[in-house]
Design a protein around this ligand. Structure first.
Ligand code: NZQ
Ligand code: ZN
Length: 394
């Protein structure tokens, strides 16, 4: 069993009345001048942004606003945010939105306290020791950024999408009102559940399979999400299951389902090149890659894939044929993705055949021109990445 530190400092304030506490929480966590950061339209349209700003005013908290974050958040807006925060003396960033808004907030928070170019941090040239505090009012359960140490930013110059992790970036608090997720379109709901499940699957498919408690927890949350998603796709205003999904998204990426194991993350790294190049929804990109990754690596720990098939995907165990059972688990996952409206290959994801040239481009970026490997269950070199992309082309 691998030694581990479990660090999940984010204060979670969950429920229908949670937003009412926003001014109190900002002050409690040291904020005096806030940047309220948000996305395209949803938070404006639903009235959430007005409500949060009103509550901050009533609570005597000064703020400025910056909207316009797009899915796969861009570096150029991060630069604007840094400038605005410096000009206005902002000391706290409140993200009102999903993973993209929270990640953009984290990048701004690094940049305000950093003398150099913030992109250098994402390029691994520096590891900052300070940043502004960040918190969120979450509107889409998916990325898990509301409790995670990670943020992922896209540099438009070359369409490079890169993640960076630092425990400093774990948000101070997360306000989660499941009712705010009633307005999510089915595609975003399904992509969100796909992403959160993958955050646990990246930790579940490991060679360290001696941490039974972590494995049991992982299987339980995977089953919960798999069932809950159908309830909310059928009835988007099902509070009970919207709530399970909202809390599940945080639990699946705050480290809990990774204690004592070495995590993999190859599917995420392969997907980041897809959303970097084609600007697709991250969760959908994961669904397009995972089945091919799984078929390519399953022999590295076949019994794990059998366990997944039986305990998560309800496949009967054919004890005489572990490989067949494992494959049936992957096929069942593909049926699940299709049933919730997700793609299972790149053609379904982008709506056309991907070219060999584009695959080569993604391999070059993912492997940093052959300098980087990804994954852990099976360490993937550039040639492995190319094979998986070819298997996934559809
Ligand atoms: O921009 P608006 O109009 O708000 O629309 C958003 C956006 O189009 C919409 N939306 C959000 N809440 C809504 C809503 N629509 C209706 N009702 C609501 N309540 O949903 C769309 C997607 O939002 P986004 O924030 O992009 O979604 P998500 O939370 O999936 O974040 C995706 C980003 O997070 C990164 C991904 O790579 C991607 O860039 N990730 C971040 C991680 C982290 N920081 O730990 C880990 C993840 O693996 C992931 O890589
Ligand atoms: Zn993800």
């Amino acid at each position: 069993m691998k030694d581990f530190n479990y660090y999940a400092p984010t204060e979670v304030v969950f429920g229908e009345q949670s937003e009412e506490q926003v001014a109190h929480l900002v002050k409690k966590h040291g904020g005096t001048k806030v940047l309220v950061h948000f996305g395209g339209q949803s938070a404006v349209r639903s009235g959430l942004l007005d409500k949060i700003c009103g509550l901050l005013r009533e609570g005597g908290v000064d703020y400025v606003t910056l909207g316009g974050v797009v899915p796969n958040p861009r570096l150029s807006l991060v630069h604007q945010g840094i400038e605005l925060c410096k000009k206005e003396g902002v000391d706290f960033i409140l993200a009102v939105g999903g993973g993209s808004v929270i990640d953009s907030s984290k990048a701004i928070a690094y940049g305000v306290c950093y003398d150099g170019e913030v992109w250098d941090i994402y390029m691994g040239k520096d590891h900052p020791t300070k940043m502004l505090p960040v918190a969120s009012v979450l509107t889409i359960p998916a990325a898990g950024s509301e409790m995670s140490e990670a943020s992922v930013i896209t540099n438009e110059d070359g369409d490079v999408k890169v993640g960076y992790s630092n425990n400093l970036a774990r948000p101070k608090f997360a306000i989660m009102n499941p009712k705010r997720t009633f307005t999510l379109p089915p595609y975003q709901t399904a992509a969100g559940v796909t992403d959160m499940m993958m955050h646990t699957m990246e930790r579940y498919f490991t060679k360290d399979d001696d941490m039974d408690l972590t494995t049991d927890l992982a299987e339980a949350v995977l089953r919960s999400m798999k069932n809950a998603v159908f309830a909310v796709l059928k009835n988007p205003e099902d509070y009970r299951y919207r709530a399970q999904i909202m809390w599940g998204g945080s639990l699946m990426h705050n480290g809990l389902t990774g204690c004592g194991v070495r995590d993999d993350w190859a599917t995420h790294q392969l997907e980041h090149e897809l959303s970097g190049m084609f600007d697709v929804t991250h969760g959908a990109g994961l669904a397009a890659v995972w089945p091919s990754w799984a078929r390519y690596v399953m022999h590295e720990n076949l019994s794990r894939f059998v366990r997944f098939a039986v305990n998560v995907m309800d496949v009967p165990n054919d004890f005489t044929d572990p490989e067949g059972t494992a494959l049936k688990g992957i096929e069942a996952m593909e049926r699940f993705y299709h049933a919730i409206g997700m793609p299972i290959n790149i053609k379904e994801l982008i709506g056309r055949d991907i070219t060999d040239e584009e695959i080569k481009g993604m391999v070059g970026k993912c492997s940093r021109n052959g300098e980087r490997t990804v994954g852990c269950l099976k360490v993937l070199e550039a040639k492995d990445m190319e094979t998986i992309y070819q298997m996934a082309r559809g």
